[in-house]
Design a protein around this ligand. Structure first.
Ligand SMILES: C[S@@+](CC[C@H](N)C(=O)[O-])C[C@H]1O[C@@H](n2cnc3c(N)ncnc32)[C@H](O)[C@@H]1O
Length: 202
């Protein structure tokens, strides 16, 4: 299961590789886009507009892997984090693995703030300005979009957990073991920009 699948960039590719995928996202627009892309690629993914804060009762012991990619764990409020881990544990089959990617606080805090990113698409523009809120341990992105000349502003907060916190929370959620791995497959270090959290259900 791909949790917070966004526009399906991962789910549809996993399905192209022959995996059976269920994918959920809170955004109806993202799910609609993901479904359209799956049709274009002629793959079959079970998409659902669904909130990761309450995984379905009939998903218990269903999935071999639960994927939470691109800082999606940080979208949860901290009070929602442990309940989500308990729920993910419930939905994994015995021997299943929760796989999440997470920004590395150690490297993130060495960057120059604010981090400004500009994306141009024909005449439309998106500008992100990101700072770190040290009272919340979260990065906060102020986003300005200009679409067809219409200016909109919004902001989003994303919690960054330390490895120590991730260890504690996954242990509390009864995972048998957890490891932190970089994208070369080695144990994550303070030099990695991001790392994967691999939490195993026994
Ligand atoms: C940073 S995007 C990552 C998208 C995708 N995982 C990827 O790697 O391309 C985070 C996604 O999580 C979704 N999301 C945030 N809160 C959610 C929730 N409570 N339940 C389900 N999806 C959620 C957002 O709508 C968004 O599509």
């Amino acid at each position: 299961m791909d949790v917070g699948c966004g526009h399906g960039r991962i789910s549809n590719r996993l399905a192209e590789h022959g995996l059976v995928v269920t994918a959920i996202d809170l955004s109806r627009e993202a799910v609609a886009y993901a479904e359209e892309d799956s049709r274009k690629r002629s793959v079959d993914v079970t998409y659902q507009h669904w909130d990761m804060r309450h995984l379905r009762a009939d998903w218990s012991e269903t999935f071999e892997y639960i994927l939470v990619w691109f800082s999606t764990l940080g979208c949860l409020e901290e009070s929602e984090f442990l309940p989500f881990l308990h729920d993910a544990y419930r939905c994994l089959r015995p021997g299943g693995i929760l796989i999440a990617d997470h920004l590395n606080k150690a490297t993130f805090l060495r960057r120059e703030f604010p981090i400004i990113e500009t994306h141009l698409l024909e005449k439309d523009v998106m500008i992100n300005s990101t700072n770190f809120d040290m009272y919340e341990d979260a990065f906060v992105t102020e986003r300005t979009t200009i679409i067809d000349g219409d200016i909109k502003r919004d902001s989003a907060k994303n919690r960054i957990y330390s490895i120590k916190e991730l260890k504690r929370y996954t242990e509390q959620a009864e995972f048998a073991s957890v490891s932190f791995v970089n994208f070369a497959g080695s144990t994550a270090s303070m030099y990695d920009q991001r790392f994967m959290v691999l939490a195993h259900k026994s």
